[in-house]
Design a protein around this ligand. Sequence first.
Ligand code: CO
Length: 470
Amino acid sequence: MTDLTLSAYHQGFDTQLQELESLDLPVVGKIPDWLSGDLVRNGPSKFEVGPEKYNHWFDGLAKLHMFSFASGTVRTTCKFLQTYAYRKSNLEGRIALGEFGTNPTRSMWGKLESIFNHQLTDNANVNIVELNKRYLALTETVSTTEFELPNLDTVGKFIWDDKLEAQVTTAHPHFDFDRKQLYNLLIKLGPSNSYVVYRVDSGTTTRKQVASINVKEPTYFHSFGMSTNYIILVECPFVVNPLDVIFGNKTYVQSYSWKGNYPTRISVYSKDNGELVAAAETEAFFTFHHVNAFEENGEVIVDLLAYPDAQIVDSTYLTNLRHKNEQPLSKLRRLRMSLATKRVNSETLSDVGLELPRIYYERFNGKTYNYLYASGQNKGDFVNQLVKVNVKNGMTLFWREDGCYPGEPVFVARPESSSEDDGVLLSVVFDTGKRSSYLLILDAVSMNELARAEMPIVVPFGFHGQFFRS
Ligand code: CO
């Protein structure tokens, strides 16, 4: 039930138009001297255009926030991404392109035209990657936008050097640092549908098809798993009617429906030759985020954050988020799949509500690991704590502060770090008391605060960021 009282944190879902250029931030505490580089974060920062409002948190127009660290100081720059969706909307004073949960209002002629000329948005507000020293903003359409560091200026649409075509992708590509490759997934929708796993070899901008899988009812993928040898696709029963997406007669997310009587399907593909190695089914659940995957004693182990169903997609409409609203919680689930028997064992590893998970990715992705960091949620509130979970023994450590709502904690290892958690966590926190945000720096071993850098503005709740060492 939605209570119409505004939530304490509702201003974290308000439009923030202000852009900042190389602004030094006042620091309380001590930033480690070794922390040197740029944290770049992505998220929505404009939730209406003229008189028209976006419906969903995932719809807002993308703004990049950068925090640059050097010798114990931090400065910030933030700018809107100058995408076609952003420029066209501002020019026309209305929502010009359809987003995750919003379609533009159109005249009869416009509706007819859109059937033949349906344009998917390039509003890349989800994540960021570095590819060959180029910086890309990503969303779940295949339209990727390049930007520059350190000024965050938009370069333009990123063009791949290949002929792969699709409508949908994930904004969570994986990097295999041993093979020096990037992996991601495309979803082709139409009269026939397929998932295409691709890789990009270091130094190139060519996507090479690894596997192509025909599918009748494609699922919604926000992320996928990768271990040393395998790509792991977890198909939750939140499935799309492709024609709704192609013709745009529903919003993108309304084209999907929850089929709770379907199983969740886990498929393991070889990175070497794209062959299906094993597949199995388990009970229905919904996930946005994989945490990690690895191989152990003939089993593939997949850790992800699981919701009981896809209700979270509705709970994250802005009207629900801005008002007191019981959010479903996602919990850390471990799927153990035997490659010999194709049996899956499913187990909840922690009872804490978790989202926006991070690990020490560069060294432990695809491998046995101990530590997961995430934004954490208590029942009846939005994400109001940061959590460290030891996935081996379930031990948890917390950081929290009254009236404060932290975003994704990005782990940065200390150079020459001696243990998996030897480093810091960086998280942008909205302080409802001060009505402004700050960048929080935690010791990842103890989850104790080392320092905070105070922002002069509210940074709207965003999604993902990456740290680029200098
Ligand atoms: Co995500």
